[in-house]
Design a protein around this ligand. Structure first.
Ligand code: AHR
Length: 626
């Protein structure tokens, strides 16, 4: 293949092309990225979270009583906060029994590290109520222990630090009342001291680091379907997810489990700041999934949020902008400052709607929200939605509304076969440049039920070359879903799999990371000449050339999805090299390979150089220019 690059013919492209999409699916949040080690810490799990599939899924889930002479009951007569109505009561006649939490598939701890324990506790009867807190290994060995004190009559927080004397993957947390009496306990929490960037109420350091390593330019959250919910009462309300943990409002996750909201808007925004990414919250467009007002737990009006409640709903969205960007003298900015972030978060983008069914009900509500945001916050770029996409359909109605309203950008989603990506590299070449820009908010080369492999990863790499070529119309992209916990995976493939102790980035992750680290803000026009000119061959070789105007590096990406080596000769016209030292990164293997890492080496470059593209490979050559 002969690739000819025209250095003098560059077009500006988006510098936000590669981002990530975080959704609480596959236990991505509680039991996942959120570093809390205690499951059901606030006794708010409810049978309705699981839709009756698991009768044990109630406020005592993950808790058991070990021993005798103590009764463990639930109460809701005088909770810490109305949003967190249930708490546990331990009535002890003779001390010795413990309330035990099994964590999320066990509690994993490391020898010598610090774990911060806290709980809300009040003495209901008896005096001097002390509790012994222990981390206990499966074989019964006590790994760490400390005492905490209850106060009489009122809810108070007690804390202790636990430092295990050995590693364990399946420890439990035990709470043992040390005197006869009655104690109420709630929001029982155990966090590693070592969270990502040392944040309190923070994220799992290893998992967050693997995400940060992609170098994403933005983070979309909290969903996906989680954002718009499957009924009116399941729409994600950002205000329920900020402030003290005991006052946050947990709710059913439509993926069939429970959201504590411990990983809430403050934590999402802070994470974005910590990794240098733009925050991109997505808010429901006044309609739940498929406009299902009467969804499983909706109980509301068919369709969308009733019109007489829309003003209040829109105000919540305007309040979000004030919470994120207002100074500490504003009502909502003050709350952000009180939570520990006096400086604004500098929110620039808000998504309205997620893959919604495009109906009149949707259009009416989306239009109201869009106009209100545009009027009150013209500085915010609104990203609309054009509905679901399936192979063989298009987004016609969604695009019509977005174009009519002149929405700056729309969110498209597609989970399609590797073949679709190979055959549709011209998808965006055909887009009308005068219409809204595109955020490809969810995509994956998808073979249902199968984890990704080099074949799917290369299909994505190849398609991303076409995205870079169309970086004047496609402004952002994010692969989906991002995370999946082993044993709790509801959707395949995902980008990063994990369990309590390991993080397992896929080969698809490597492609995302390579794009994150090799982005540019200019696309250099180039042409390719393939000696074997058949359609099948041509479609399986793809390339893009970008320049990063800051470093002046020119980055050549080449994908070879053929089973044979391809010799690529690259001619760089109107480009002055700074030296002849290039850096070459190659990801290669067999189509079915799942655990591959790119190999980086030095190479020699000139204005006219050659590179062998191995069978089934993604090659990046980075060249310093003047
Ligand atoms: O990424 C998984 C789901 O796919 C998202 O929640 C939804 O937006 C899409 O249908």
């Amino acid at each position: 293949a002969a690739i000819s690059v025209q250095g003098a013919n560059a077009k500006p492209i988006s510098d936000l092309l590669l981002g990530i999409f975080f959704e609480d699916i596959n236990y991505a949040a509680d039991g996942g990225l959120y570093a809390e080690l205690v499951q059901n810490r606030d006794f708010e799990y409810a049978l309705s979270d699981k839709e009756g599939r698991d009768q044990k899924w109630n406020s005592t889930y993950a808790w058991t009583l070990k021993g005798e002479q103590t009764a463990f009951t639930m109460d809701s007569a005088a909770p810490i906060h109305a949003n967190n109505p249930h708490y546990a009561v331990l009535q002890t006649t003779t001390p010795g029994a413990s309330l035990v939490n099994s964590g999320f598939d066990g509690i994993a701890v490391r020898k010598g590290e610090q774990y911060n324990f806290s709980l809300f506790v009040k003495q209901l009867e008896g005096k001097g109520g002390k509790l012994l807190v222990r981390l206990v290994a499966k074989n019964g060995e006590v790994l760490a222990q400390a005492n905490v004190q209850a106060s009489s009559g009122t809810w108070k927080t007690s804390r202790a630090v636990l430092v295990p004397n050995a590693d364990a993957t399946d420890a439990t947390l035990e709470l043992q009342p040390l005197a006869a009496g009655r104690l109420a306990v709630d929001v029982i929490s155990l966090f590693p001291q070592n969270t990502f960037k040392g944040r309190i109420n923070g994220m799992r350091a290893d998992l967050a680091q693997v995400i940060a390593d992609i170098h994403p330019r933005f983070v979309r959250f909290p969903g996906g379907c989680v954002a718009h919910g499957d009924g009116l009462h399941n729409i994600y309300q950002w205000k329920n997810t900020i402030g003290p943990l005991q006052a946050r409002k947990p709710q059913r996750n439509l993926w069939g489990y429970h959201q504590t909201a411990g990983l809430g808007y403050f934590e999402y925004f802070q994470f974005c700041e910590d990794i240098g990414a733009q925050p991109l919250p997505v808010i429901a467009a006044g309609v739940p999934c498929q406009n299902s007002g009467n969804g499983p737990h909706g109980g509301g009006q068919q369709g969308g949020i009733p019109m007489d409640q829309m003003d209040e709903y829109i105000q919540d969205i305007l309040d979000l902008v004030e919470w994120a960007n207002g100074d500490a003298t504003t009502k909502w900015g003050k709350l952000r400052a009180a939570a520990g972030h006096p400086k604004p978060f500098n929110l620039k983008y808000i998504g309205i709607g997620n893959e919604d069914l495009i109906t009149d009900v949707f259009e009416e509500r989306f239009t109201m929200i869009y106009h209100a945001l545009k009027e009150k916050h013209p500085e915010i770029t609104v990203i609309g939605t054009v509905g679901p996409f399936y192979e063989g359909t298009d987004y016609e109605e969604g695009w019509e509304i977005a174009s009519k309203l002149k929405v700056p950008m729309v969110d498209e989603h597609y989970y399609v076969s590797p073949g679709w990506f190979i055959n549709n590299q011209d998808f965006y070449d055909r887009y009308d440049r005068s219409k809204p820009k595109v955020y490809l908010g969810e995509y994956a080369a998808h073979v249902p039920g199968r984890a990704n492999n080099l074949e799917t990863a290369l299909a994505e790499a190849l398609y991303l070359t076409a995205i870079e070529r169309n970086g004047d119309v496609v402004s952002m992209t994010s692969y989906a879903p991002l995370l999946a916990k082993e044993g709790h995976t509801q959707w395949n493939p995902d980008m990063i799999y994990f369990n309590n102790t390991e993080v397992k980035p896929t080969v698809g992750y490597e492609v995302q990371k390579l794009y994150g680290h090799n982005s540019g803000n200019e696309y250099l026009t180039a042409s390719i000449n393939v000696s074997n000119n058949t359609e099948v061959v041509k479609k399986r070789i793809a390339f893009s050339v970008v320049r990063d105007s800051k470093s002046k590096d020119v980055i050549v990406k080449m994908v070879n999805l053929l089973p044979v080596t391809v010799n690529a000769s690259v001619v760089l016209k109107d480009i002055t090299l700074a030296n002849t030292k290039g850096v070459k990164t190659v990801l290669q293997g067999k189509p079915d390979d799942k655990n591959l890492k790119p190999v980086i080496s030095d190479c020699t470059v000139s204005e006219n150089f050659s590179s062998e593209l191995p069978p089934y490979s993604f090659t990046i050559i980075r060249i310093q220019t003047k």
